[in-house]
Design a protein around this ligand. Structure first.
Ligand code: UD1
Ligand code: MG
Length: 455
């Protein structure tokens, strides 16, 4: 039993004017296709089949990168939505349960909506997701008779009376899997476009005495993306919703319209997010943290009480424990900072472990990359790294150790030791004044020569 998702993603998306398949264009840091997979995932499907055609290789890679268990069905020629669903048949061999058809370019369908469809399936053989369209345009129209959905008419094939209907087809359909494929077998292509319409299965089901109904959702959920302008609108819609949800979760956004979330950003209550903060994928911030202006966070975790920014960059694998401080122009990548550690100014900390309470001075760099491999830097608890220290990894600075400012640390520093690794200073008495005199004379000679040359 269980539910199988069939996500249609074979179309080219000509109006995107892109070399990339339409469903791979991103909203909030994730391909539209991933949004569709996530919506369906709320139903805990036992299988997920992506019907790919244009750019199938890239579509496969993106789908399986997000959900390795996704199966791919190839549709080499785009002959219509019924033909697309038919391509999933062999992938669903042996599946005993419902199938739910989603579109890869319709990223906003809410999990609750799909749950309502599954609920309606208890009493009806086929359930279609519809919506009242403000402008029904070219959508397929749902022809209802009371609660019963009698048929769907595509705009191009509809008469005037049918075109006047404003209950439209979103494209999402649920039915028992075996029933769905049986119905699709009966679909022909004798219509205005010569395509095999998935929508035809409703009239076929009714003629066979099966029941069909429609569940309605908000039009915003069915928003499809066909052009760059619509992609931008979809992004704006996502962000507006994410900001509202973040407010509801008890987070302060000082200038909500300047904060951008990724599809999977998690922020705990009583966190404060200042102006112009951008989240890439994979960021989570616990309760009571403070993200200051112009910071960029992705693939990272920020614990309670931590302060980040302004102008900080947290990258993949940055893990900040409670009360860590990350200041301006600091970049942290693949590094774990233990409780209360501080990196306040102009530093790069990559591939590192920083102990509790350690203080990393301004301009410190973990030199992690030798051009071929990455190496680790370990800094012990309460260590004090002097400003402008270069830590040539692999290297370990012990607990309670110090490094002198400007040091280039190439060897391990034992616990509690002070390491100074910089050329010793030499003072030459009076030489500064002499040097200035020499330079001034040189400049005067040059000016004289130029004046003579000009005569
Ligand atoms: C379809 C519906 C229409 C509905 C509208 C909602 C049919 C016949 N019509 O029309 O009732 O109102 O969506 O947006 O189903 N696809 C494939 N292979 C194909 C054809 C399409 O994978 O051979 C995919 C597309 O990539 C897209 C989805 O199916 O993700 C819908 O196809 P599209 O051509 O946009 O259908 P519409 O004409 O908009
Ligand atoms: Mg369409």
């Amino acid at each position: 039993m269980g539910i199988a998702l069939i996500i249609l993603a074979a179309g080219k998306g000509t109006r995107m004017q892109s070399d990339m398949p339409k469903v791979l264009h991103a909203i909030a840091g994730a391909p539209m296709l991933v949004h569709a997979i996530r919506a369906g995932a709320a139903l805990e499907p036992s299988r997920c089949v992506i019907v790919a055609g244009h750019g199938a290789e890239a579509v496969t890679a993106a789908a399986q990168n997000y959900e390795p268990a996704c199966q791919i069905a190839l549709q080499t020629e785009q002959l219509g939505t019924a033909h697309a669903v038919a391509q999933a048949r062999s992938a669903l061999e042996g599946h005993d349960g419902d199938a739910l058809v989603l579109y890869g370019d319709t990223p906003f369908i809410q999990p609750e909506t799909l749950e309502r469809m599954i609920e309606a399936r208890r009493t009806h053989d086929v359930v279609v997701l519809g919506f009242q369209a403000a402008d029904p345009g070219r959508y397929g129209r749902l022809v209802m008779n009371g609660d019963t959905l009698e048929r769907i008419v595509e705009f191009k094939d509809a008469n005037d009376a049918e075109r006047a209907i404003d209950l439209c087809n979103s494209g999402v359909i649920a039915a028992d899997s075996a029933t769905l494929f049986d119905l699709i077998d009966a679909v022909g292509n004798d219509n205005a476009t010569g395509e095999y319409y998935l929508t035809d299965i409703i009239a076929i089901a009714r003629a066979r005495g099966l029941s069909a109904t429609a569940v309605a959702c908000d039009e915003a959920e069915t928003l499809g993306v066909n052009s760059r302008a619509e992609l931008a609108m979809a992004e704006a819609l996502f962000q507006a919703r994410a900001r509202a949800e973040t407010h509801e979760a008890g987070v302060t956004l000082l200038a909500p319209e300047t904060v951008f979330f990724a599809y999977d950003t998690v922020v705990g209550r009583d966190t404060i997010i200042e102006q112009n903060v951008v989240f890439g994928p994979g960021a989570s911030v616990e309760s009571g943290a403070h993200i200051r202006a112009f910071s960029h966070l992705e693939g990272c975790h920020v614990s309670r009480g931590a302060i980040v920014g302004p102008y900080a960059r947290l990258r993949e694998g940055a893990e900040l424990a409670e009360d860590v401080r990350i200041g301006n122009f600091v970049e942290i990548k693949n590094a774990v900072l233990d409780e209360g550690a501080k990196v306040n100014h102009l530093s790069y900390i990559g591939d590192a472990t920083i102990g509790a309470g350690a203080n990393i001075g301004a301009g410190t760099v973990t030199c992690n990359y030798d051009g071929v491999m990455k190496h680790h830097t370990t800094i012990g608890a309460r260590a004090f790294i002097g400003s402008d220290t270069m830590l040539i990894a692999p290297v370990t600075v012990g607990a309670d150790a110090m490094t002198g400012s400007g040091s280039v640390i190439t060897r391990d520093v034992p616990d509690g030791a002070l390491a100074i690794a910089r050329p010793e200073q030499v003072n030459k008495p009076g030489l500064a004044r002499k040097l200035i005199d020499i330079l001034k004379k040189k400049k005067a000679r040059q000016a004289t020569r130029q004046a003579e040359g000009a005569e």
